[in-house]
Design a protein around this ligand. Structure first.
Ligand SMILES: [Zn+2]
Length: 112
């Protein structure tokens, strides 16, 4: 009977460590905590742990978004510097060849 209880205890410890592992946490530490303090404490400890995997994924996503946004901004800037120039009167971007600003109607010198 006591042997059976021991195996149930071990099994629950294994569950706790597997759960910790799925959260990107140390399986071994979770197992030791569960084994020494009881699987219930182990479950509670793991439940309150931050999910490292999710945090890493969120950080990656944020970085990728920042990179993509930065690239888009750089491309927009390149398009403006290639085909356009700011109107000297209203500062809107107009075509280099334009002699009249399409925004404010001011006459501007055509750039090359
Ligand atoms: Zn203008």
């Amino acid at each position: 009977m006591e042997v059976l209880l021991f195996f149930v205890w071990l099994g629950m410890c294994a569950l706790v460590s597997a759960w910790a592992s799925s959260k990107g946490r140390s399986e071994f530490k979770a197992f030791v905590i569960a084994f020494l303090l009881s699987p219930l404490v182990g479950f509670i400890v793991v439940a309150f742990l931050h999910n490292k995997k999710r945090e890493e994924r969120d950080a990656n996503l944020a970085r990728m978004t920042a990179e993509a946004t930065g690239k888009a901004t750089a491309e927009a800037l390149a398009a403006v510097t290639q085909d356009g120039r700011p109107c000297p009167k209203c500062a809107e971007t107009i075509k280099k060849a334009a002699v009249v600003c399409r925004y404010c109607g001011a006459e501007v010198e055509a750039a090359a």
